[in-house]
Design a protein around this ligand. Structure first.
Ligand code: PLP
Length: 452
């Protein structure tokens, strides 16, 4: 391929990147990834980089699995495309829908296919509003979600999410979306115990429902563990109280499992790990281990029945149930299941990673260290005891730490001044040791730089 500098110049000149500052890209150039295997990336200069983010929280199976390549090639030869509109279907979509219904918790026996996590949440928004229209309650239009949650960046997904940076651009949120605070005890818990704080944050949902009027609220949407918001793990009191509230007020619960699905929390879905019973579940990312785009809305018997009995649901995407994506998802799920990857991630890898990850809490820069399964975060702080924030702009120290990780050939992401990880589920114990060693070195170097 072309030399790195030339690729970088072309990239900056012609390629508009998502969530990237254009001027910074032009100045510094992107790191260009050329190949990958297992948990290791290789860049255009030949460096080997440990990917502790599984791409964007998605390459659960690890890189380089030929079986997925073969599954895609086989399907492309046989039927590269057909749609699922107007009473047509095809084998990969049928088999994948059946498999997802088997794996999903509760009675989520019905699958609407989408192209990504964002457009899956757009589907969910239309599904829940249409459900209530069909039930004769069109005034149930409002959907409640959480500040700092992430549900994608389409008009619907970006509105449902609570990222203020997204809302600031392009007139979001769209009407009928309301937000409550996140259950982030470390940053916002003040003097409360985590348990008290969890209850008080859950009760904000009840307050919001009462403020809007219970008859106007269609659904509440949340991630089991907030991912892009910084791997925020709610106190144990939070989810039981949320479940009580949605039940009491007859409000649908949409669980966004785009990150937490397919083994990330040590079980198939975060709903199982945290004991949550949703009416609709969003999945994407890990459904194909990121090898090809696919998203899906998993829908309960009750909702699907009402939708099916109504007029045609006027919604869908050209690539809803794309046969190649469905074939890759089926193969990905087969490997996760038959090779015992999720079982091993939950029983062996997650406890080992937890011990090592939490050991970082003895570093002078690290306050809280949290982890659920294979998704973790550390909060960086100038003073652990008071849970203080750094002076100046939030995220400045996190950015330095991310850069130090990158220089040490480790991909960790920063969310403000939190560092997060989400490695492929196939990571070995030796690779975890390497990850922790590189993280510790990067933390030391960050400390040196902020003290200088
Ligand atoms: N929902 C959650 C919880 C996510 O983490 C993401 C992406 O990170 C999305 C939705 C959006 O998915 P996509 O980027 O595939 O549109």
């Amino acid at each position: 391929h072309l030399p790195t500098a030339e690729l970088q110049a072309l990239d900056a000149a012609h390629h508009m990147h998502p969530f990237t500052h254009g001027a910074a890209l032009a100045e510094k150039g992107a790191r260009i990834i050329t190949s990958a295997s297992g948990v290791w990336l290789q860049d255009s200069d030949g460096a080997r980089i440990l990917d502790a983010m599984a791409g964007l929280w998605c390459v659960n199976l690890g890189y380089g699995r030929e079986e997925l390549v073969e599954a895609a090639a086989r399907q492309m030869r046989q039927l590269p495309f057909y749609n699922t509109f107007f009473q047509t279907s095809h084998v990969p979509a049928i088999l994948l829908a059946k498999k997802l219904a088997e794996l999903a918790p509760g009675d989520l026996n019905h699958v609407f296919f989408n192209g990504s996590g964002s457009d899956s949440n757009d589907t969910n928004l239309r599904l829940v509003r249409h459900y209530w229209e069909l039930r004769g309650k069109p005034e149930k239009f409002n959907v409640i979600s959480r500040w700092n949650g992430y549900h994608g960046s389409t008009m619907g997904g970006g509105s449902l999410g609570g990222m203020k940076g997204i809302h600031a651009q392009g007139g979001l949120p769209i009407p009928g979306i309301h937000h409550i605070d996140q259950p982030d005890w470390w940053s916002e818990g003040g003097d409360m115990s985590p348990e008290e704080f969890g209850l008080s944050r859950a009760r904000q949902l009840e307050e919001k429902i009462l403020e809007l009027g219970p008859d106007t609220v269609a659904a509440f949407i949340a991630e089991p563990v907030q991912g892009a918001g910084g791997v925020i793990v709610a106190p144990e009191t939070y989810w039981p109280e949320i479940q009580r509230i949605v039940k009491e007020y007859g409000i649908l619960l949409i669980l966004d499992e785009v990150i937490t699905g397919f083994g990330r929390t040590g079980r198939w879905f975060g709903a199982e790990t945290l004991g949550i019973t949703p009416d609709i579940m969003t999945v994407a990312k890990g459904i194909t281990s990121g090898y090809i785009p696919l998203g899906a809305s998993l829908v309960s018997d009750r909702i699907a029945q009402v939708i099916d009995e109504g007029d045609e649901f006027a919604h869908g995407y050209t690539y809803s149930g794309h046969p190649v994506a469905c074939a890759v998802a089926l193969e990905n799920i087969r490997l996760l299941e038959e090779e015992g990857i999720i079982a091993r991630a939950g029983s062996e890898i997650a406890p080992y990673l937890k011990e090592k990850w939490e050991s970082l809490a003895d570093h002078p820069l690290v306050g809280e260290a949290k982890i659920v399964g294979l998704m973790g975060s550390i909060a960086l702080t100038p003073d652990k005891a008071s849970r203080a924030k750094f002076k100046g702009d939030a995220g400045t120290v996190g950015y330095i730490c991310r850069e130090r990780c990158f220089a040490n050939n480790l991909v960790m992401r920063h969310v403000g001044d939190r560092m997060v990880i989400s490695p492929p589920l196939v990571i070995t114990k030796e690779e975890i040791d390497e990850l922790i060693a590189r993280a510790r070195l990067s933390l030391d170097e960050t400390l040196e730089r902020i003290e200088a």
